[in-house]
Design a protein around this ligand. Sequence first.
Ligand code: COA
Length: 259
Amino acid sequence: MSYNNILVETQNLICKITINRPDKLNALNKATIEELSKAFKEAEKSKEVGVIILTGSGEKSFVAGADIKEFADFSTPQGKELSAKGHETLFNLVESLTTPVIAAVNGFALGGGLELAMCSHIRIASSNARMGLPEVSLGVIPGYGGTQRLAQLIGRGKAFELIFTAGMMDAETALKWGLVNEVVEQADLMATCEKMASKILNNSPNAISAAIRCVNSNYQDGVNGYEVEIEEFGKCFGTEEFKEGTQAFLEKRKPNFRK
Ligand code: COA
């Protein structure tokens, strides 16, 4: 499939999705959100993809937020629709994708950009990255899950501080607060993400998908995560991958989950 705002490249089971509007610091307009949604769905379906790495084009920005120009004259119903559609089309989709997503945060991750990084399963940042939810400086609030996921990741007090001040957190502070998993020099960012992807690729894709469902279930209303875990644990026993994993251990060899 060809896209105008993103680049998609798959090699060795790793699909790299790059948001490619560097002159606008990769701001998320409607078209980009739709293309990302399609690309994530395609990648999830593909047997050629085991891990997705999401990044921004250029050395300055991951994503500098939702495209302000696009919503500057929106009314209340349009604002609500923008948020609802974003949640459904992209942010909830990424969070519940059954293929692991690593966000390679290569610069500014602001507003919708940080929200996109936060719905990814893992975040690795370059040392120049700066993260924040500056929406209140525009008279609006984070609308792509930021008020929920930031508090989940760094705690309510620090989330309130970042949102109220519209400030930017540097990469080291983000690491300290658990907003990102690792910080590396920009030149090493992609290699570090690929190394982590390779470790993930050694393991059972089915079990990893089940783990995503279980961890996410803790954040869903009315869902008991322990119950989900019991169900998912049981289901694993019915898979070829479980047979292969346990057999390989007993035979003292490496498992091959991708036969
Ligand atoms: N929406 C639309 N366009 C954006 C954008 C956004 N969120 N963020 C950056 N851009 C555009 C700028 O308008 C500019 O375009 P132009 O050259 O056509 O004028 C271009 O990207 C470069 O940005 P610029 O502001 O000149 O870069 P900078 O290095 O001076 O500042 C930032 C970088 C990230 C601090 C600044 O761009 C910024 O504050 N962006 C908005 C962040 C934000 O509030 N995001 C939340 C949105 S809800």
